[in-house]
Design a protein. Structure first.
Length: 80
């Protein structure tokens, strides 16, 4: 189950593919679509496997990636 999800500011992407290699879950791939600067950009191809490790965001030199972390489900804990 996904612990978070990456979000890409695609117009900032230069298509270097560093984020692709940085993802330990191998769930990032380059699209076949180009942004307005003529670069392909990444997408998450298996969102359920994202661990929210943020490696993709850390390695990106252009601050394209933001990782959202899901909050733990606490509803019902400690209650009848
Ligand atoms: S946060 Fe981690 S697991 Fe999720 S896409 Fe980025 S590198 Fe992969
Ligand atoms: S590391 Fe950043 S600039 Fe490079 S392909 Fe990934 S999102 Fe684009």
């Amino acid at each position: 189950m996904a612990k978070g999800k990456p979000e890409f500011d695609i117009e900032r992407c230069k298509g270097c593919e560093l984020c692709i290699g940085a993802c330990p879950e191998h769930i990032l791939a380059m699209t076949e679509i180009y942004n307005s600067q003529g670069h392909r950009y990444p997408e998450c191809i298996d969102p359920d496997k994202c661990t929210a490790c943020t490696f993709c965001a850390i390695i990106c030199p252009d601050l394209v990636v933001r990782v959202w972390k899901y909050r733990k489900e606490t509803v019902g804990e400690g209650k009848k």
